[in-house]
Design a protein around this ligand. Structure first.
Ligand code: NAD
Ligand code: MG
Length: 391
């Protein structure tokens, strides 16, 4: 029987890698919905090629363009945030959540409510609303499979294991574009420099987040939420080659490492075929040729985001939603040229300090509406900090 699949964020880096895998076995899948934002030509071409039922752009103003691009194909067109959320209520067996940012949360929750298996690349969902995601999955008999290389690696290392025997989880970080830069040069880092990753080919936002380690900070929170492990047992290790993705340390001293090439089609394919393993078109590593792997302790002066992640986990409640929204706004500030690279972390820290003491806000019940409210206030607070700093 064909599996019904939907891809949210189909035009992005993860979305395109997912489509690459689906296209290799088109007879196995029935494509329900594909979503994108500004890249209408790509969205329409993929929707037609894969025979999707519906294609949706996040931008209301692009509906006519999408309709025109889909004309005569039989693929329906829709636009807007609500249409994307509605598309997640269409029955599907497997749903890829690969929208970037907090915008990925609501469609992911809807897909879980339908009982779908959610392949979760959108780590922001777990950072903003981990408990809500996991509880929704449990209530509706849905599964979440991580599609972050580190979390897929941890998941794989834990198969057949007892969580009670896990002493620690180590996630690796390449160190991003500025790993070896002198600290005093960071204030002059340009957008172009921050947008080039030494090992991975990813969307621009996560690439910049890799240079600042906000990506790793989010992944530490993601690990804490998804695997329900105490923050003190989560370690970050700089590993410039990006081939060991994570390690799980057990109470008998064993460390189980997951080793593979830096290619997201592994984590995507693992989630697509779970609980089976199938052939995947990724490079086979020649370890003798690679010769050696390097490891270092991350420097928290260079990467204050790691310290902030610990503060967020200690604070609990909806502090993760504050952290993510402040980070997204600060990242926009860097992309627009209003903030220097190191100022992103300063803005996030300011916003955390401002909002975390508001217990009425942060400790309210975690619902989609309340998370949206926290997200909104944190973005406003971050904008105010940015304006003050710029002025
Ligand atoms: P990307 O920027 O390449 O693609 C993002 C997708 O989201 C695109 O389809 C875009 O059209 C869509 N989108 C953007 N804003 C939107 C909005 N407001 N509403 C609806 N759709 C919107 O990003 P990416 O690198 O593919 O990353 C996607 C997600 O996967 C992120 O959460 C990222 O952290 C995570 N992730 C990515 C990688 C990677 O290798 N790229 C690895 C691990 C995790
Ligand atoms: Mg990752």
């Amino acid at each position: 029987m064909k599996r019904r699949v939907s891809i949210f964020g189909a035009t992005g880096s993860i979305g395109q890698n997912t489509i690459d895998l689906i296209r290799r076995a088109p007879d196995d899948y029935d494509v329900v919905a594909l979503t994108g934002a500004g890249n209408i030509a790509q969205l329409a071409a993929d929707a037609i090629d894969l025979g999707a039922d519906i294609a949706i752009t996040a931008h209301d103003a692009r509906l006519d363009d999408l309709r025109a691009a889909l004309q005569g194909s039989g693929v329906r067109a829709a636009a807007g945030t609500n249409a994307i959320r509605e598309a997640a209520t269409r029955p599907a067996d497997w749903v890829m959540s690969a929208i970037v940012g907090a915008a990925g949360l609501a469609p992911g929750v809807e897909a879980l409510k339908q009982g779908a298996t959610l392949a979760l690349a959108n780590k922001e969902s777990l950072v903003c609303a981990g408990r809500l995601m996991l509880e929704t999955a449990q209530t509706h008999g849905a599964a979440i499979l991580p599609v972050d290389s580190e979390h897929s690696a941890i998941f794989q290392a834990l198969i057949g294991e007892d969580m009670a025997a896990v002493e620690r989880i180590i996630i690796t970080a390449s160190g991003g574009a500025f790993r070896d830069w002198p600290l005093e040069k960071l204030a002059d880092a340009t957008l172009d420099q921050a947008s080039s990753h030494p090992n991975w080919d990813m969307g621009q936002r996560i690439t910049i987040d890799s240079a600042s380690m906000f990506n790793k900070a989010m992944e530490v929170i993601e690990t804490h939420e998804f695997f329900n492990i105490d923050p003190a047992r989560i370690e970050v290790l700089v590993h410039p080659q990006s081939m060991i993705h994570a390690l799980v340390g057990f109470n008998d001293g064993a460390l189980m490492a997951h080793v593979g090439p830096p290619d997201m089609r592994h984590a995507i394919g693992f989630a697509l075929h779970h609980p089976h393993r199938k052939h995947l078109p990724v490079e086979r590593l020649d370890l003798a040729k690679i010769g050696s792997f390097e490891f270092r302790t991350p420097d928290e002066i260079r990467w204050p985001a790691l310290r902030l992640a610990r503060e967020v986990m200690e604070r609990g409640g909806m502090a993760g939603a504050v952290f993510n929204a402040a980070k997204e706004t600060a990242l926009d500030g860097f992309i627009d040229g209003r903030l220097r690279f190191p100022q992103m972390a300063e803005v996030v820290e300011d916003v955390l300090t401002q909002l975390n003491s508001d217990t009425g806000l942060i400790d309210a019940t975690m619902t989609l509406d309340n998370v949206a409210q926290v997200d909104h206030l944190a973005r406003e607070a971050a904008q105010a900090v940015i304006t003050k700093r710029a002025g």
